[in-house]
Write a protein that binds this ligand. Structure first.
Ligand code: HEC
Length: 111
């Protein structure tokens, strides 16, 4: 829970200064370097703060109705389809949805 609050705070700081690269959160294992590079290979503008935001959405808004679902058990197109439906249920912003999708891509790449 404490971790989650830190992630949310980090995201808020990031949102306040979008042009700057977020720093100082590398000691959190939420997003590994390997995952970050995998995501950046697909989405060059992605950064660690965005993936951490995706993680906080995934473990926050996405767990209101059920536990955190394993995003690695679905094919990527199927997962995107599910996220499309679930993001409406979770009432998240387009930015949060994008962060969530990118986070999921990163998690999958780590498998
Ligand atoms: C308003 C309630 C609600 C919220 C919020 C919600 N879900 Fe769901 N979700 C459901 C229900 C109901 C099901 C179907 C029953 C189940 O699998 O638990 C489901 C199923 C799923 C499944 C399995 C789908 C399948 O076809 O196997 C995944 C994956 C999932 N949700 C991911 C998410 C993600 C990611 C978020 C955040 C964006 C989210 N959910 C937010 C209600 C919700």
């Amino acid at each position: 829970m404490k971790k989650l609050i830190i992630v949310i705070a980090a995201s808020a700081v990031f949102a306040a200064c979008k042009s700057k690269k977020a720093a100082g959160s590398t000691n959190m294992p939420v997003v590994t370097d390997k995952q970050l590079s995998a995501v950046q290979a697909r989405f060059p503008d992605a950064n660690r703060a965005e993936l951490e935001k995706g993680h906080s959405v995934y473990t926050g808004a996405c767990t209101k109705c059920h536990g955190a679902k394993d995003v690695t058990t679905y094919t990527e197109p199927k997962l995107l389809e599910i996220v499309e439906v679930m993001s409406k249920k979770a009432n998240i912003t387009p930015e949060e949805k994008q962060a969530l999708v990118r986070f999921a891509v990163g998690v999958r790449s780590g498998k």
